[in-house]
Design a binder for this molecule. Structure first.
Ligand SMILES: Cc1cc2nc3c(=O)[nH]c(=O)nc-3n(C[C@H](O)[C@H](O)[C@H](O)COP(=O)(O)OP(=O)(O)OC[C@H]3O[C@@H](n4cnc5c(N)ncnc54)[C@H](O)[C@@H]3O)c2cc1C
Length: 436
C-alpha cells in the first residue's frame, strides 16, 4: 500500500523529482498492483501457459491502463510518455509484486524506443524511419488487443559482446543485406524479453562486421512473418512472466523503410541500451521493497526466542540495513532518471560519462539487492522457503535482475572507463580476431 500522505513517502519521493502528474500515475499503478497482482503473485511462475494469470494481468495493465502505447508518439495516437522518472516510478511499483510482469511491460517500451528516439530527433533520416515504423505498426499498440514489442540484440556467442560499446557492433552475427527495396535478415537471437510473443521486433544486425559502426543496422520485423521462427521458452529460476526464447531469422524480407543503417543506427542503439539503467535499478528497489514488506509483517507476528523476531536486535540490524539501502538506492535512481530526462544539461545517454553513471548506479543496486533478499530469508526460517508465503519468489527473481543489461561485470567495466583506460573489448591478443 503506497501512502502518499506520509512524511516518509515525501522524503522518499521529493518534489524536485516527482511532480503531481507523476505522483498520480504512480498511485494509479500502485493501487492496480495491490489489487490485481499482489494477491496472485505466488502463482505467477507456475502459470506455465500464461493463460490463467499472466496474460489477463497483462491485458489489464498494457491495454486497460494503456501502457503499451507509452512509447508511441502522440502523432500516432500514443501517450508519448517520455519521462524516465515516470518510468522508474512505474517499474518500481510493478516489481514490488512481480519482476517478470514489469520486464514484459518495460520491454514492449524498449522495443519501440529506437523508433521513438529516431522519430522525435531532428535527423531527417531518423525521422523518416520512425515515421515508416509507426505508420505501419502504431495502430496495433494503440488498439484494444494486447500488443507486444521486443528489443532483440543478444546472441549465442555473448550478449555482453553485443552490448559492449568497445566492440562497435563487430560481434553482431545477424546479417542484414539490402537487396533492391528490401532488407534481408539472416541469423539467430537469444534471450530477448517478449521473444516468441512479440508482434514487433527491433532486430540488431550488421551488414558487414569488418566495417563496425558504419555497417551497423536496426531493422523492424513484425510477427508472424515469413522466415521468423522460435525455439522453446526458457524455464528460468524466476521472472517467468517474462518470456525468453531464441528467434531465428531465415531470409526474412522486409521493406527498406523499416531499417536504418550506419552511425545513426549505432547512436540509436547505444542510447537505447543505456536508457534502462535507472529502470532496472528501480525494478531492484521495488523487488526489495516487496520483500521488506513481507519480512516486516512476518517478523512482527512470529515469536521466536520469547518475543517477536523483529524485536531481536540481530533482526533489526538486517531490517534496518534493508530500509537504509532502499532509501539510498531510491534517491540514486531518482537522481539518475532525472539526469536522463535532462539531456540538455547532463548530455546524451550514450556519452562515456552518462554510460558510466548509469551503469554505476545500476550495477551496484542490482548486485546488492539479491544479497539483501537472501539475508532477509534468514529471518523467516523455513516459512520463507514456501511458495505461498510470498518471499521465496523475491529470492528467485532477485538473481535475474543482475544478469540483464550486460550484467554487473560489464556495468562495473563501464564505470571504470570513466577513470582510466580499461580495455574490455573482445578483440586483441588472446581474444577474438577483428573481422577482416
Ligand atoms: C530475464 C532476461 C531478460 C533479457 N532480456 C533481453 C532483451 O530484452 N533483449 C536482449 O537482446 N537480450 C536480453 N537478455 C539477455 C541479456 O542482455 C544477457 O543475458 C546479458 O547481457 C548477459 O549476456 P550473456 O547471458 O550472453 O552472458 P555473457 O555475454 O556470456 O557474459 C557472461 C560473463 O562473461 C563476462 N564478460 C562479458 N564480457 C566481458 C568482457 N568484455 N571482459 C571480461 N569479461 C566479460 C562477464 O563476467 C559476464 O558476466 C535478457 C536476459 C535475461 C536473463
Amino acid at each position: 500500500m503506497l501512502d502518499q500522505t506520509s512524511q516518509w513517502y515525501k522524503l522518499q519521493y521529493p518534489e524536485c523529482f516527482v511532480n503531481e502528474e507523476l505522483r498520480m500515475m504512480q498511485k494509479t499503478l500502485a493501487d492496480f498492483v495491490d489489487k490485481e497482482i499482489m494477491p496472485v503473485r505466488d502463482q505467477i511462475d507456475d502459470d506455465v501457459t500464461h493463460e490463467k494469470i499472466v496474460t489477463p494481468i497483462l491485458k489489464k495493465l498494457q491495454v486497460g491502463l494503456g501502457y503499451q502505447k507509452n512509447k508511441i508518439p502522440k502523432d500516432f495516437g500514443g501517450n508519448q510518455q517520455l519521462s524516465m522518472v515516470g518510468d522508474a516510478l512505474m517499474q518500481e511499483q510493478m516489481s514490488r509484486a512481480d519482476y517478470g510482469i514489469s520486464l514484459h511491460s518495460a520491454c514492449t517500451d524498449w522495443g519501440l524506443v529506437p523508433a521513438a528516439l529516431a522519430y522525435l530527433s531532428p535527423s531527417p533520416t531518423g525521422n523518416a524511419w520512425g515515421k515508416a515504423v509507426f505508420s505501419e505498426f502504431a495502430p496495433k499498440f494503440t488498439g484494444k488487443e494486447l500488443a507486444v514489442a521486443c528489443m532483440n540484440f543478444s546472441e549465442e556467442d555473448s550478449a555482453c559482446d553485443v552490448e559492449n560499446p568497445m566492440n562497435e557492433g563487430r560481434t553482431v552475427k545477424v546479417r542484414a543485406e539490402l537487396k533492391g527495396n528490401e532488407w534481408v535478415v539472416n541469423g539467430n537471437k537469444l534471450w530477448a524479453s517478449n521473444a516468441g510473443i512479440a508482434d514487433l521486433n527491433c532486430v540488431v544486425c550488421n551488414m558487414d562486421p569488418s566495417k563496425g559502426i558504419d555497417a551497423f543496422t536496426l531493422v523492424y520485423v513484425p510477427e508472424p512473418w515469413p522466415g521468423v521462427s522460435h525455439g522453446e521458452f526458457e524455464v528460468k529460476c524466476g521472472a517467468n512472466a517474462d518470456r525468453n526464447t531464441p528467434t531465428y531469422f531465415d531470409n526474412v524480407r522486409v521493406p527498406k523503410e523499416w531499417g536504418i543503417q550506419g552511425p545513426e543506427a549505432w547512436a540509436i542503439f547505444t542510447n537505447t541500451v543505456s536508457a534502462p539503467m535507472s529502470l532496472n535499478a528501480a525494478n531492484a528497489v521495488g523487488l526489495l521493497q516487496g520483500a521488506f514488506d513481507v519480512l516486516l509483517e512476518y517478523t512482527e507476528g512470529r515469536v521466536a526466542g520469547g518475543k517477536p523476531i523483529s524485536k531481536h536486535l540481530h533482526a533489526a540490524m538486517i531490517l534496518g540495513e534493508i530500509a537504509s539501502f532502499i532509501s539510498v538506492a531510491r534517491a540514486a535512481i531518482l537522481e539518475l532518471a532525472y539526469q536522463y530526462d535532462h539531456m540538455d544539461i547532463y548530455g546524451m545517454w550514450n556519452t562515456e560519462s552518462m554510460m558510466a553513471k548509469g551503469h554505476a548506479v545500476h550495477a551496484y543496486i542490482t548486485r546488492t539487492v539479491p544479497d539483501l533478499v537472501s539475508r532477509g530469508l534468514e529471518l523467516m526460517g523455513s516459512f520463507g522457503l514456501v511458495r505461498e508465503n510470498g518471499y521465496e519468489k523475491y529470492y528467485r527473481d532477485a538473481v535475474v535482475l543482475k544478469i540483464v543489461l550486460g550484467g554487473s561485470h560489464l556495468g562495473y567495466f563501464e564505470a571504470c572507463k570513466q577513470f582510466y583506460d580499461l580495455d574490455y573489448s573482445s578483440f586483441g591478443p588472446g581474444k577474438l580476431k577483428k573481422p577482416a
